[in-house]
Design a protein around this ligand. Structure first.
Ligand code: PAF
Length: 277
């Protein structure tokens, strides 16, 4: 099937209803464009779990708490469509801001678990914007599955919660973080790193790996994080924390399923990452 490009809620609903009437399943990969190999791995995963794949591209203004971040967010619809088509996705859903948030729009979805910590402590309101748009996309598309990357682990946690709490009939599928050869977690924002900062950026993941190794050699989580924080002198670190991957509770001792979460600024670009400890 050739890639269909649809821009309205009515069109995407009709197309998905038609697919489902044939007894076929649909997976949604929500994106804000600027597609990289991390997104492409989600599209591949979506193709494994469902008969048809819808990729949405929508730069959601509600989740940007910094106007210049929104203005400079990478966008290249032509290149994105080429990648989506190449991977064999079936439909690209590219609504306008007016289509998603028409005049008089006045509803927010607010998840109250997994917030006030990590990114939410530094980007207040960001996850309300994510929860609102993701709920809308789920209701608009009516897919059976939706795929999200573990790089945005807190986002994944919040989305799983909202799906359970609002009884949305969709299965959330997660996929591991995809990294550059030098270990940097892939992100659309990496394109905004200067040439020299791009060389420094993998130090964040290296410092995280060092924390993991130190914890495994018996050094306390607090000391290991402190050592890494001091070593990251080119960055402005926001947090380095070990939390339980299931409940997101802060840990002072490692245990099964716990993860190290990091966020740091490098030359005006905010990098986030997480790894299992
Ligand atoms: O992870 C993202 O790209 C966005 O937060 C999402 C899930 C597409 C919602 O706008």
């Amino acid at each position: 099937m050739k890639l269909e490009i649809v821009r309205t809620v009515k069109e995407i609903r009709d197309q998905v209803l038609e697919i489902k009437a044939k007894g076929k399943t649909v997976a949604l990969v929500p994106t804000m464009g600027g597609l990289h190999d991390g997104h492409l791995s989600l599209i591949k995963k979506a193709k494994e779990v469902a008969d048809y794949v819808v990729v949405s591209i929508f730069i959601n203004p509600k989740q940007f708490n910094n106007p210049s971040d929104l203005e400079t967010y990478p966008s290249n619809e032509k290149a994105d469509l080429k990648n989506i088509e190449h991977l064999g996705a079936d439909i690209a859903f590219i609504p306008s801001v007016k289509e998603v948030y028409p005049d008089k729009f006045a509803t927010d979805v607010k998840v109250t678990a997994g917030i006030d910590i990590l990114c939410d402590a530094h980007r207040p309101g960001h996850f309300d914007g994510v929860a609102t748009v993701v709920t809308k996309l789920f209701l608009q598309v009516g897919a059976d599955f939706a795929c999200f990357g573990e790089k945005d682990y807190q986002q994944l946690f919040i989305i799983k919660r909202l799906v359970a709490d609002l009884n949305i009939p969709i299965k959330i599928i997660s996929a591991p973080t995809v990294r550059e050869k030098d270990g940097l977690a892939m992100s659309s924002r990496n394109a905004r790193l200067s040439k020299s900062d791009r060389k420094i950026a993998p130090q964040l993941q290296q410092a995280m790996q060092a924390i993991k190794d130190e914890i495994h050699s018996g050094i306390s989580i607090e000391k290991a994080c402190d050592n890494a924080w001091k070593s990251l002198d080119s960055f402005t670190v926001e947090y380095l924390e070990v939390r339980c991957g299931e409940k997101m509770v802060l840990m002072d001792k490692p245990s099964e399923g716990c993860r190290l979460f990091a966020a740091a600024w490098l030359g005006g670009v905010r990098l986030i990452d997480n790894i299992e400890i």
